[in-house]
Write a protein that binds this ligand. Structure first.
Ligand code: ZN
Length: 485
């Protein structure tokens, strides 16, 4: 199917011819349905083809600190400039983690192991020590009481994945005197890694092993672990562009992360978010008839710890933060076995983190209504801090967005409502070399792209009303007064 000539697309063409000099030249106002209709799913697929090609040309990855990331930045900048935008690529500092040797030997047998990002190295020659498994429970290795009756001093501790962060498991193990930690996957598939969050949070060498290997390791005995790792200080870039029209003190900010993990091309995670936002930017154009400015962000270093978005929010002064009405995040919107999730802004699910800042509940209601209108009854997904909305909600900026699922497993009820396979992960290719266009659910991607266009068009027109956010000025300042500076 070719590009849909919705009125927004037609408007963009007319503006080019008119030279954009007179504000009265602006066409009809952008709204949710108009922008949704203008989004061309084929153009989004075209972006994903380009991002996959970039990864293929660069050792199969677009990870921060690699030529594949730089080429991804060039591609996004070029697309935005072709749409008429002035584009910024602000630099930020990032710690780049490298693992060279990663081996684990048990009774002369090699067990595949992957260092978690920011894992300190083992001593030269490796670490040989007894292996002490922590008994599995609902919170494996998350609490000090999990270690009751165990002497893990100088040992390599084994815990299962799940219920709390790798960082927390490592913290508890280090506090009990462990020399190193192994985290066993709680689902099938190759160990794909994860992060300890930051260089400062990392305390003892920490490796990730597969589920079956983890079960075998529970027999104990002596192990030899070699994790040769380094952390290098480097610079990376975000990509930022904003419409020239619309109130610049009531900005609708929208973002997706541009980096992949080292293991793969990141076509769903998060090429899908990047492509949908690029297509939204192309259809909106740089001078849309909008009440509120729309600012696009393509973040670097999300996968290593939200470094790009955090640096961006940290770099805004109070006035610049107050100018942002809301932040909408789109990270994975074409998962192979797609779910239909909206960030749980009001914490109605009572799962994990509490509600988002005031206004987040309205954003959730808006996206719920959009998905319902498109024929899908969404579930909530927790603000668990795993994507770039984290620094925004920490600063009191209301946030929301869509998500089609990662490593979690689709329930029979969800499969009955949404289609797809119950008992399988929403994205079985999450953080692997198989996160390719061939494994993207194109129907889910097209539907999400339409919903994203709808949501952005809706809030570009107005952030008022029952599903709006606190108004610029005193109401907003008051609403955010509790947020950390
Ligand atoms: Zn992601």
């Amino acid at each position: 199917m070719r590009r849909t000539v919705g009125f927004v697309a037609a408007l963009a063409g007319a503006l080019v011819l008119s030279g954009c000099s007179d504000p009265d030249d602006l066409g009809p106002p952008v709204d949710g349905p108009g922008l949704a209709a203008a989004i061309d799913a084929d153009a989004v697929i075209g972006d994903l083809e380009q991002l996959e090609r970039i990864a293929n040309d660069n050792d199969g990855t677009r990870a921060v600190g690699t030529p594949g990331y730089d080429a991804s930045v060039d591609y996004v900048v070029d697309q935005l400039e072709q749409a008429g935008f002035d584009v910024d690529t602000p630099e930020f500092d990032v710690d780049l983690f490298h693992a060279t040797t990663q081996t684990l030997q048990v009774s002369g047998r090699d067990v595949p192991v992957a260092a978690l990002t920011f894992s300190p190295p083992t001593p030269a020659g490796g670490l040989t020590a007894k292996l002490v498994p922590v008994p599995p429970d609902d919170t494996p290795g998350c609490e000090a009481t999990d270690y009751d009756g165990l002497d893990v001093t100088g040992a390599v501790v084994l815990v299962d994945r799940g219920a709390c962060t790798f960082t927390q498991k490592q913290q508890v193990a280090a506090e009990h005197g462990a020399a190193a930690l192994l985290v066993a996957n709680n689902q099938d598939g190759d160990p794909t890694g994860g992060t300890l969050g930051s260089k400062d949070d990392a305390r003892i060498p920490t490796g990730f092993v597969g589920k079956a290997d983890g079960a075998a390791l529970r027999r104990g005995g002596d192990v030899t672990l070699v994790l040769a790792t380094t952390v290098e200080s480097a610079k990376s870039r975000n990509v930022i562009a904003q419409t020239r029209t619309g109130a610049s003190d009531n900005v609708v900010m929208v973002g997706a992360h541009l980096d992949s993990v080292p293991a793969g091309p990141g076509v769903n995670d998060d090429g899908s978010g990047v492509g949908t936002l690029l297509e939204t930017a192309r259809q909106l154009g740089v001078r849309p008839n909008v009440a509120n400015a729309v600012r696009f962000a393509f973040w670097g270093a999300e996968e290593v710890g939200l470094d790009g978005s955090r640096a961006y929010v940290d770099g805004l002064d109070d006035a610049a933060r107050a100018d942002i009405a809301m932040y909408l995040n789109f990270d994975m919107v074409g998962s192979h076995n797609a779910g239909y999730f909206v960030y749980d802004g009001d914490d109605s699910d009572r799962v994990g983190a509490g509600p988002g800042p005031e206004g987040s509940a309205g954003i959730e209601r808006t996206f719920d209504a959009i998905l319902l209108q498109l024929g899908f009854t969404p579930d909530g997904t927790d603000f668990d801090g795993r994507s770039d909305y984290g620094p925004f909600i920490a600063a009191g900026i209301p946030a929301g967005g869509l998500f089609t699922g990662a490593e979690d497993v689709k329930t029979p009820v969800q499969a009955a409502g949404w289609g797809g396979e119950a008992g399988a992960a929403f994205d079985p290719n999450y953080h692997t070399a198989q996160d390719t266009l061939a494994n993207v659910d194109r129907a889910a991607l097209a539907l999400n792209a339409e919903a994203i266009g709808y949501g952005i068009g809706h809030y570009a027109q107005s952030t008022d009303g029952p599903n709006g956010v606190p108004a610029a000025g005193e109401a907003r300042t008051t609403a955010r007064s509790g947020a950390p500076k």
